[in-house]
Design a protein around this ligand. Structure first.
Ligand SMILES: Cc1cc2nc3c(=O)[nH]c(=O)nc-3n(C[C@H](O)[C@H](O)[C@H](O)COP(=O)(O)OP(=O)(O)OC[C@H]3O[C@@H](n4cnc5c(N)ncnc54)[C@H](O)[C@@H]3O)c2cc1C
Length: 201
């Protein structure tokens, strides 16, 4: 592992300031279940590591009258599961339980789960995130082609698709008008329709 500077700020303002001082060469440390392994293998070599687990404002779960829930980035996955406001969000709790490892649930955070690095073999082998060899090489299970950009890797998060689907379902409930196009998200039923059309069914 490369030597690095370690910071454990107490406020969000301090976190931002520490990251801004060295843009691109600092890494946020949350539970560390993904980052520390990557640092050990020298896949990630930050000059500065900023631990956000001492920032109380990032460790709260707040709900509002409409049933919305705001989860701090540094809340651990088991604390999310145990919170009464999250219990009605069955899709989210099922997705978290699917992680199925007591250690990861206790240590991993919701922010780290969403921001965990891709499982691309080339990236995990230290060959970078945007790798031209992916097109003809080992791309099974970690690459999606047919997009315009150079990055073909897949997000490793299991919670991100769940949250996107939940937002899609919410938009659908709120907006029954088929022709309404003011949502950036594809409505859930259209997503399925698009997939069927593409596969010729
Ligand atoms: C052995 C093993 C098995 C696993 N199995 C599964 C599994 O079966 N199912 C599954 O879904 N997942 C699995 N995972 C992934 C696991 O869910 C993630 O490692 C974990 O959720 C990451 O959370 P963390 O808080 O430890 O993140 P960290 O390791 O601290 O951070 C992960 C990344 O996110 C960045 N980051 C963290 N927080 C923030 C933030 N607030 N803002 C911006 N960037 C941030 C970090 O800089 C880092 O790049 C597995 C991981 C391991 C190591």
């Amino acid at each position: 592992m490369k030597s690095f500077e370690y910071a454990a700020p107490r406020t969000e303002a301090e976190v931002v300031s520490l990251l801004n001082e060295r843009p691109g060469t600092s890494a946020i440390l949350a539970g560390g279940t993904d980052l520390v392994g990557l640092m050990k293998k020298m896949v990630e070599t930050p000059d500065r590591v900023v631990n956000i687990m001492e920032v109380d404002s990032l460790k709260s779960i707040l709900s509002d009258a409409s049933g919305g829930v705001c989860i701090g980035a540094a809340v651990t996955l088991d604390d999310v599961l145990e919170h009464p406001s999250v219990l009605p969000l069955v899709a989210l709790t099922q997705a978290i339980r699917g992680i199925n490892s007591m250690q990861l649930l206790c240590q991993g955070t919701i922010g780290g789960e969403l921001l965990q690095r891709p499982r691309c073999w080339y990236y995990r082998d230290g060959q970078g995130l945007v790798n031209e060899r992916v097109a003809d090489g080992e791309n099974s299970l970690h690459a999606i082609f047919d997009n315009q950009g150079s990055a073909k890797f897949v997000s490793a998060s299991r919670l991100a698709p769940t949250l996107i689907a939940m937002q899609g379902a919410k938009n659908e409930d709120e907006n029954e008008d088929e022709n309404e196009t003011n949502s950036l998200l594809l409505r859930a039923k259209n997503l399925r329709r698009a997939a069927l059309q593409k596969s010729g069914l």
